[in-house]
Design a protein around this ligand. Structure first.
Ligand code: BJW
Length: 256
C-alpha cells in the first residue's frame, strides 16, 4: 500500500500515512473534498469545537445559531455575526486552500463540499464549491428566505427586509434544512467519487458527518486529514495526522 519514494513539499515530513494517501489518490479520476472549520483555522478563523479558542466553548449555539435564538434576541445574533464577518473579511486563504484550487484545475472531476461559511475556497480559486452551510457575506429574509443585498437603508440592528420581516445571515443554523439542491449535488458527487478527502471537521454535525459513510458505501476510498482523530477516523482508509496548511500542499504536489 505504501508508495516508494513519495516526496513531500520541502518542509513537510514524508510520513507513511501521507505516502498511503498519495497511493490512493494517484490515478483517481473523481475526487471529492469535504472540509470543516479546521480547514480555515490556519487562516486565523476559530473552529467551533477544538480548544483553546473554540466558538462553542465561549458562546451558546442555541442562542446564536438557531431560529429560536434569533426570535428571542435578533440584535444579539446580528451583532455576533457582524463581528465574525469583520474578522473573516480580514482572513486570506492559506497554502492548503490554494493547493486544492490548483489540484482542481488539473483534475478530471473535483468537487469541494464545505461546511465553512467564509468563502475561502472560492477566494483561493476553487470553482466547483458547494457551501453547505451558506455564506456569512450574504443575507436573507428571516420569514421568507428572499435574498437581500447590502447596503441596508436603515441603521437598524438587524435591518428589515423589504417585506417587513427581519434580515438574517444566509447561513444554516441547527434544526434548519440545507438547500435541497446542494444536498442533491453533494450526494451525487459522493455516489460517483473514487476518493473522498475529509479535511478539518470533527465529524459531529449532520448531514456532513454522514458523507464518509456515504462515499464508502458507494465504493470510494476515504482519506482523512486532521491533527486529531475523529469519529470518522475508524471508517477512513487512511488517517493523515496534521494541519490542512501543510498536509494538503504536500499531498497535492505528489498527484500529477
Ligand atoms: C484541523 C486543524 C487544522 C483543527 N487542519 N483540521 C442526525 C443525527 C443526529 C443529529 C442530527 C442528525 N441530522 C440532523 C441532526 C441535527 C443537527 C446535528 O447534526 N446536530 C449534531 C450536533 C448532533 N444538524 C442540523 O440541524 C443540520 N440540519 C439538518 O440536518 O436538517 C434536517 C434535520 C433537522 C433537524 C433534525 C433532523 C434533521 C444543520 C446543521 C447546521 C450547522 N450549523 C453550524 C453553524 C453555521 C453558521 C455559522 O458558522 O455560524 O455549522 S454549527 C457548526 O458546526 C458550523 C460547522 O459548519 C459545523 C461543523 O463543525 P466543523 O466544521 O466540523 O468544526 P469543528 O470545530 O467541530 O471541528 C474542527 C475540526 O478541525 C476538529 O476535528 C479539529 O481537530 C480540526 N482541526 N486544526 C485541519 N489546522
Amino acid at each position: 500500500m505504501v508508495a516508494a519514494g513519495a516526496q513531500a513539499e520541502p518542509g513537510a515530513p514524508v510520513t507513511n500515512e501521507l505516502a498511503q494517501a498519495v497511493e490512493m489518490l494517484r490515478g483517481a479520476q473523481r475526487i471529492v473534498v469535504t472540509t470543516g472549520a479546521g480547514m480555515s483555522k490556519e487562516s486565523g478563523i476559530p473552529t467551533f469545537r477544538d480548544a483553546p479558542n473554540a466558538l462553542w466553548a465561549n458562546y451558546d449555539p442555541q442562542a446564536l445559531a438557531t431560529r429560536d435564538g434569533f426570535r428571542r434576541d435578533p440584535a444579539l445574533v446580528w451583532r455576533w455575526y457582524a463581528d465574525r464577518r469583520a474578522m473573516i473579511a480580514q482572513a486570506q486563504p492559506h497554502a492548503g486552500h490554494v493547493a486544492l484550487a490548483q489540484w482542481e484545475a488539473r483534475a478530471h472531476t473535483f468537487v469541494v463540499l464545505t461546511q465553512n461559511i467564509d468563502g475561502l475556497h472560492a477566494a483561493a480559486g476553487s470553482k466547483h464549491v458547494i457551501e453547505l452551510h451558506g455564506n456569512i457575506f450574504r443575507y436573507k429574509c428571516f420569514d421568507r428566505d428572499h435574498p437581500a443585498r447590502e447596503p441596508f437603508a436603515s441603521g437598524e440592528t438587524p435591518p428589515h427586509c423589504a417585506c417587513g420581516s427581519l434580515l438574517r445571515p444566509d447561513v444554516v443554523w441547527f434544526g434548519e434544512m440545507l438547500q435541497p439542491a446542494h444536498l442533491d449535488a453533494a450526494y451525487h458527487a459522493l455516489a460517483h467519487c473514487d476518493v473522498l478527502l475529509v479535511v478539518g471537521t470533527s465529524g459531529l454535525v449532520y448531514p456532513a458527518a454522514g458523507f464518509a459513510a456515504e462515499a464508502k458505501a458507494a465504493g470510494a476510498h476515504v482519506v482523512e486529514i486532521n491533527p486529531e482523530p475523529t469519529p470518522l477516523s475508524e471508517l477512513a482508509d487512511v488517517f493523515v495526522p496534521g494541519g490542512a496548511m501543510s498536509v494538503l500542499p504536500a499531498l497535492a504536489a505528489q498527484i500529477r
